[in-house]
Design a protein around this ligand. Structure first.
Ligand SMILES: C[S@@+](CC[C@H](N)C(=O)[O-])C[C@H]1O[C@@H](n2cnc3c(N)ncnc32)[C@H](O)[C@@H]1O
Length: 335
């Protein structure tokens, strides 16, 4: 994609450099006593900007085409078409070359239709990290490529810390963030309720040549695990989490983001070390805005000195001046 086509409001790996937290720093309004229901602002929020991040450093992955609720992507040498409900604009050109397409079924499930025989799995590289790719029954491939903006940031933060960093990766899925953190020199505790996902993380770690690095693999409910870590007095310098809207713990515990996220964040705060480095929160929950996510982190970390900001995570579309927003994030980082 040509740089000139890229909209200016998207930041490429942009990290704001500001002295202190500056999001929603005050009560926005107070009731004005002169008239019922009339509210006048007494203190303006000092900043209300989103820092949208575009994952532009990929070589093995490319978003080729979007339209009609579908996207065509290149994963190494393999081209896949799969649904994305956010793509509500029409397809402009007929679909280009592809090896498989995911068809949704009436009951909400779906399946891959292969145009040529593909290997059961293959691998792709990002910044020297190796990831196993496999088209799964739920249309996923085992990697969220827009998260690359976060992996780069995580590596930079850990590499620049100048001290040993202990990371907790909750809802860690196939472990891309775990691989990035370990590659940068951290020790990581990777937690996910699904045994298959934790095993896949182990495979990514080995593929990346990091099999001997300090990683704890935990198959458990994140809420239960963090409670246990509080009782054990364990501490972490950095926490990463990507909670789903709805999920189940290893023993069937129900996770509902709106109900359970804040109590989990509060519990996580209790296991932060005295010198926290960062807190990274991601979400794919429809209706949850970056401002909400950032506000949660701002409230959680208000007694520590740091920056707090958030925005959308997006991918460039080849040959198109638009980008595809894929999820949201919020970060707190020590200053
Ligand atoms: C949205 S995915 C995470 C995506 C991943 N962080 C990435 O960037 O590639 C959510 C993960 O949360 C896990 N999960 C759901 N509910 C859970 C719970 N209560 N405890 C632990 N893991 C859970 C699922 O198994 C799934 O792997």
């Amino acid at each position: 994609m040509q740089n000139s086509l890229r909209p200016l409001f998207w930041n490429e790996g942009f990290i704001p450099d500001r002295g202190g937290i500056d999001l929603l720093t005050a009560e926005a309004c107070q009731t004005n006593k002169r008239g019922l229901g009339y509210r006048s602002p007494v203190v303006q929020p000092s900043s209300f900007e989103h820092h949208n991040l575009l994952a532009t450093e990929w070589k093995d992955y490319e978003l080729l085409q979007c339209g009609n609720g579908l996207k065509r992507e290149r994963w190494g040498e393999v081209r896949l078409i799969r649904p994305d409900p956010q793509i509500i604009w029409p397809l402009e050109e007929p679909w280009g070359r592809h090896d498989a397409i995911y068809h949704r079924s009436e009951d909400g499930g779906g399946q891959w239709k292969f145009k040529r025989q593909l290997p059961e799995h293959w691998q792709i590289t990002f910044a020297g990290l190796q990831f196993k790719i496999r088209p799964t029954n739920f249309k996923h491939t085992g990697l969220f490529p827009e998260q690359a903006s976060n992996w780069t940031w995580v590596m930079k933060k850990i590499g620049g810390a100048g001290r040993p960093i202990r990371v907790l990766n909750l809802f860690g899925y196939t472990g891309a963030a775990t691989v990035a953190a370990v590659a940068a020199g951290a020790s990581v505790c990777h937690v996910d309720a699904a045994k298959g996902m934790v095993q896949w993380c182990g495979e990514n770690v080995k593929l990346s040549g990091l099999g001997e690095k300090p990683i704890r693999y935990i198959v458990d409910d994140c809420v239960k695990f963090v409670q246990r870590e509080i009782r054990r007095g364990q501490q972490y310098d950095a926490i990463i989490m990507d909670p789903p809207s709805f999920g189940r713990g290893a023993e069937g515990q129900v996770w509902k983001l709106e109900r359970d996220l804040w109590p989990l964040l509060e519990s996580c705060h209790k296991i932060l070390s005295g010198q926290p480095l960062f807190f990274l929160l991601n979400s794919y929950t429809t209706g949850l805005s970056p401002t909400i996510l950032t506000s949660l982190l701002f409230q959680l970390m208000k007694s520590a000195s740091g920056n707090c900001y958030g925005g959308e995570l997006a991918l460039p579309i080849t040959g198109d001046s638009r980008v595809l927003p894929c999820g949201i994030y919020a970060r707190w980082e020590a200053v």
